[in-house]
Design a protein around this ligand. Structure first.
Ligand SMILES: [Zn+2]
Length: 198
């Protein structure tokens, strides 16, 4: 259980340990959060909610836990929401009820930040994502197809892995990830990372 500030690196260790304890390996990707939720015996419901800001909800009862996902979202968005709610289940067991919105204020890296980043790590683990990013020559659409996630989730994840390889692109008015720098730096550090945790 986490109830205070946590770094992204520490969160990654917790999430990877959890997946490892469930026997998840690279062969299980793209990860199916719906299967993981079923394995936890959580009741899952998709409900069409007109308010698009509401992504999902988790409720803990005396005898059961329920997760609700906004059914109006597209499938890739629903995959992310499912993993987000499951992350609350794993990381925040003391909470009885939480409604998850698109926009939240979380400067302290608390529950919503943790669930978003845990979902992001679980669906797109650094080692596998880095390898595929470099093998796919940085083609973001190919990566989204492989991991079954949306463009926004993929972009956010890549930015988190390597902020120092980002540059502001004035033409597209958005961030650009320097491909060579990203692959070179991440691979070098990944060797150290693997030695640290496995
Ligand atoms: Zn949430």
């Amino acid at each position: 259980m986490i109830n205070s500030f946590i770094s992204l690196d520490d969160l990654e260790v917790i999430v990877l340990d959890k997946l490892k304890s469930l026997g998840i390996t690279e062969k299980d990707y793209p990860l199916n959060p719906y299967k993981l939720i079923a394995n936890e015996k959580i009741i899952l419901q998709e409900v069409d909610i007109d308010n698009k800001d509401i992504r999902g909800m988790i409720v803990r009862g005396a005898n059961a836990v329920g997760i609700m996902i906004n059914g109006t979202r597209n499938q890739r968005s629903k995959n992310f929401i499912a993993m987000h709610e499951l992350s609350h289940f794993w990381l925040h067991p003391s909470e009885e009820r939480r409604v998850c919105l698109d926009n939240y204020i979380d400067s302290q890296r608390m529950y919503e930040w943790q669930a978003n980043n845990a979902a992001s790590i679980a669906l797109m683990p650094t080692t596998l994502l880095t390898r595929l990013y470099c093998e796919c020559a940085g083609n973001i659409y190919c990566l989204c197809d492989f991991f079954d996630v949306g463009i926004d989730a993929m972009t956010y994840r890549l930015k988190n892995i390597r902020r120092d390889c980002l540059s502001w692109n004035v033409h597209t008015n958005g961030y650009h990830i320097n491909f060579n720098e990203f692959c070179e730096k991440t691979y070098n550090e990944k060797l150290l990372y693997n030695r640290r945790y496995y």
